[in-house]
Design a protein. Sequence first.
Length: 255
Amino acid sequence: MMEKEKEIIYNAGILFPYLEKFEHKDLFKNTAYVWEAVPKIAAYLKNYLKDTDHALLIKTRNGYLCGIKTLNHIFAGAFSDLNNGSVEIGENTIIEPGAFIKGPAIIGRNCEIRHNAYIGGNVIIGNNCVIGHGSEVNNSIIMDYSNIMHFNCIEDSIVGNNVYIGFMSALLNVRADNGFIWLKIIARNGNLLDKKSIPLKRLGAIIGDSCRIGANISLNPGFVLMPGTQIITSQNLAKNFMWLRKIHDTYKELT
């Protein structure tokens, strides 16, 4: 693959065709490569929430419910930690009992944060999303209409629009030897488009728009899935990408 072609597939606009509709698309401004947005999440949230002073902000049709110190006042049995930053929760979003949200964090409108979910800080969740029972999200971006089902782990990752991640899957973010991450860009037909080392020791996966990931699948640090990729099994995971033969192209708009 030509170097210019590689630069194109590392572009946020290619991986996320619906990026312009994402409220926090400015995260990707001035990024030459899509993964550069992950280390910027904390700074973006600090600037976005800079005038809120470690508050819990619940959006309503008439503005914000302010002065609330704990989620218990609005969502019985749910908890928040505002010591490290504010938490903004969009209109019509439901936080179920047992959920824990640590600031700084933004959760969009019409979302469901289900029982015992853990939002561990430096998290941006778009509109109309589901974070399932027992799932954990840390230092990550999840765009609109994405479903992270129960018992998943999402860390240092970017999940695009309209993505489904099934039961008990994980986007792993650290190498066992604590080395630099090798980025691996996977085409929708399962081919390895490119592989390169990047100057990060913590990076999960970058999941393009409209991807589907089945149950019990763990993606190694640095996996990048092109839009519309579907992974339905993790069998033979150790056999050097042999499992990627099970990927099917479902994204017909891009060829």
